[in-house]
Design a protein around this ligand. Structure first.
Ligand code: ATP
Ligand code: MG
Ligand code: MG
Ligand code: MG
Length: 480
C-alpha cells in the first residue's frame, strides 16, 4: 500500500465515524511561544483542548506535517541511527473535543489497523498508563488482547527506562495519560518490548499513541483539569507504511527510497544502504517544508535550527565525496514524491531551491577548511575535540556545535562542550568590553524546561541564541 493510499484510507475511515477532515497546519505554530515547531497533530487544536477556542465540530481528523528537531520532542540526533525516527514526518490523527473518550478511541483504532489496513492482531501489543485500569480493561476485555500483551508503563519520573505513558505537547499545556500500540517486527531484529531494559531497539516499534487529554500543566508542574476530557491520537505515517509495505525501516518505504536514490544520484553514491543517504533524504523533507512555511536559514531561533539541518545534510554529501552544491537539486524529487499531498511544496519549488542553493554556496566556502581543522585536531587518535577548536569551527567556519558533535560521534569522539561555552563566553566578554554587544537577553528559560519567551530582539548575539535555544548539546548539558 502506497503512502498516498494510507493517508486516504485513514481520513476516509474517520470521516465515516463523524470526523471533520482538517488540513495540515504550518510547521511554525501560530502564536504559541511555548513551542518552536509543530511536533504533532494536536498543536493546531491546543486552544480547543484548553477551552479558549471553539470549532464547529467536536471530532476531527488530519494528516499533519510534523517536525521534531527542537524543543520538547527532538529527534535530530536519532536520524541516521534508528529505523523509525525522522525530523520531518507525517502524523495521522483523530480527535475528540469533549465528545468520545477511551473506549471509542481504542476500538476504532483497532478496527482501522486490523480490518482496514489488515494488520495481524498477534503482531500488535499495547501499553497503558500504569494506573489506567480503564484502558487496560478496554484492551483486554473489549478488544480481547491477551493481558500479557498489555503493558503498564509509568510516567518515567524515576527515569528507569525510556518509556513514558504520560504525553505532553511541551513543558506546559495540554497533557494526559496515553495508551500506545506497538508492532512486533520479529525476533530477527534487536530490541525488547516497551518498558524493558532494551526497549530502545527497533524490534517493537511504536506506531500509534492514543492520548487521553485531561489536564493543563502549568510551569511549576501542577495540573488542572481541562474543561472536558478529550482524545488526541497520532500515528506515524512512515512507520505504518513500513509495516504495510513489508519492510522494517521507515527509510525503506516508497517515498524515502525515491529520495535516497535521488541523493545517491546527486552524490554519485553506488551503495544505497549508505547511512548518509538516509540523513540527506530526511533533511531535504525537513528543510524544504520549513522554507515553504517561511523559515529560512539564519543565525537565530527557528532559522538557526533550519541552518543546522541544512548544514548537516551538506556535510553528509561532502562525506560521500560531493564537493559542490547538490542538496538543492533534490527539491524536484521531493516535489515528485510529496507535491500532490502538499501542493505548497510544488508551488514554492523554485524559491525553496534557490534558498537551499544560496545556503549551500555559503557553507561550501568554509566547509573544506573547517573539515581540515577538525581532522587535524583529531589526528593522533584524540578522543575529545577541544572546546576552543569547536568554537573556532563555529565562529569562523560556520560549523554549528551540533554539526561538529555529529561528526565526532561518527568517530567515537566527544566534544568538550564546557570548553566550547567558555570560549564563547570569553569572546562575548571581549565584545562587551568593546561595547559591541547589546545586553538584552534574547532567550529566557522558565522553570526546568526550555520554554522561551522570544528571540526577536537581537542581532549580535544571534548565533549564541540559536545554540542556547535549541542546541541539543546544550540541552544535554543542562540536563546532565
Ligand atoms: P518514539 O518513542 O518512537 O520516539 P514517541 O513516543 O516520541 O515515539 P509520540 O510523541 O507518541 O512518539 O508521537 C506519536 C506517533 O508519531 C508515534 O507513535 C510514531 O508513530 C510517530 N512518531 C513520533 N516521532 C517520530 C519521528 N521522529 N519520526 C517518525 N515518526 C514519529
Ligand atoms: Mg520520541
Ligand atoms: Mg514513545
Ligand atoms: Mg509515544
Amino acid at each position: 500500500m502506497k503512502s498516498s493510499e494510507i493517508r486516504e484510507k485513514f481520513l476516509k475511515f474517520y470521516e465515516s465515524k463523524g470526523h471533520t477532515v482538517v488540513a495540515s497546519s504550518p510547521l511554525v505554530p501560530g502564536n504559541d511561544p511555548t513551542l518552536m515547531f509543530t511536533n504533532s497533530g494536536m498543536v493546531q487544536f491546543k486552544d480547543v483542548f484548553l477551552g479558549t477556542d471553539k470549532r464547529p465540530y467536536v471530532r476531527a481528523t488530519s494528516v499533519q506535517a510534523c517536525l521534531r528537531a527542537g524543543g520538547k520532542h527532538n529527534d535530530l540526533e536519532n536520524v541516521g541511527y534508528t529505523a523509525r525516527h525522522h525530523t520531518f514526518f507525517e502524523m495521522l490523527g483523530n480527535w475528540s473535543f469533549g465528545d468520545y473518550f477511551k473506549q471509542e478511541s481504542i476500538q476504532w483504532g483497532w478496527e482501522l489497523l486490523t480490518k482496514v489496513y489488515g494488520l495481524p492482531p498477534e503482531k500488535l501489543l499495547a501499553t497503558v498508563y500504569h494506573e489506567d485500569d480503564e484502558a487496560f480493561d478496554i484492551w483486554t476485555k473489549v478488544i480481547g488482547m491477551p493481558p500479557e500483551r498489555v503493558i503498564r508503563i509509568g510516567d518515567n519520573k524515576g527515569g528507569k527506562y525510556k518509556s513514558d505513558n504520560f504525553w505532553m505537547m511541551a513543558d506546559t499545556g495540554p497533557c494526559g495519560p496515553c495508551s500506545e500500540i506497538f508492532y512486533d517486527h520479529g525476533p530477527h531484529i534487536a530490541g525488547g518490548p516497551p518498558g524493558s531494559p532494551d526497549e530502545d531497539g527497533d524490534r517493537f516499534i511504536e506506531i500509534w499513541n492514543h492520548v487521553f487529554m485531561q489536564f493543563d500543566m502549568a510551569e511549576d508542574g501542577s495540573v488542572k483539569p481541562l474543561p472536558a476530557p478529550c482524545v488526541d491520537t497520532g500515528m506515524g505515517l512512515e512507520r505504518l507504511a513500513a509495516i504495510l509495505q513489508g519492510v522494517h525501516s521507515n527509510y525503506e518505504i516508497d517515498t524515502f527510497q525515491a529520495l535516497i536514490k535521488a541523493a545517491a544520484r546527486e552524490t554519485n553514491t553506488t551503495d544505497l544502504d549508505n547511512n548518509s543517504l538516509k540523513v540527506i533524504a530526511d533533511h531535504i523533507r525537513a528543510t524544504a517544508f520549513l522554507i515553504a512555511d517561511g523559515v529560512i536559514p539564519s543565525n537565530e531561533g527557528r532559522g538557526y535550527v533550519q541552518r543546522r539541518i541544512v548544514r548537516r545534510a551538506i556535510r553528509h554529501g561532502y562525506k560521500l565525496g560531493q564537493k559542490k552544491p547538490f542538496f538543492h537539486k533534490l527539491v524536484k524529487d521531493l516535489v515528485e514524491q510529496m507535491g500532490d499531498a502538499y501542493p505548497k511544496i510544488k508551488a514554492d519549488a523554485d524559491r525553496i531551491t534557490e534558498v537551499l542553493k544560496a545556503e549551500e554556496e555559503r557553507f561550501f566556502e568554509t566547509l573544506a577548511n573547517g573539515m581540515e581543522i577538525l581532522d587535524t585536531a583529531l589526528a593522533n587518535g584524540a578522543k575529545v575535540l577541544p572546546g576552543d577548536v569547536a568554537f573556532k569551527l563555529h565562529d569562523t567556519f560556520g560549523f554549528p556545535l551540533d554539526l561538529s558533535a555529529d561528526i565526532c560521534r561518527e568517530r567515537g569522539v566527544t566534544v568538550d562542550e564546557a570548553g566550547f561555552s567558555a570560549a564563547m563566553e570569553k569572546q562575548k566578554a571581549a565584545g562587551r568590553a568593546a561595547g559591541k554587544f547589546k545586553m538584552e537577553r534574547a532567550v529566557e528559560y522558565s522553570g526546568a524546561g526550555n520554554v522561551f519567551t522570544g528571540y526577536e530582539h537581537l542581532e549580535e548575539q544571534a548565533t549564541v541564541v540559536g545554540l542556547y535555544f535549541e542546541g541539543t548539546a546544550v540541552d544535554e548539558l543542562k540536563e546532565g
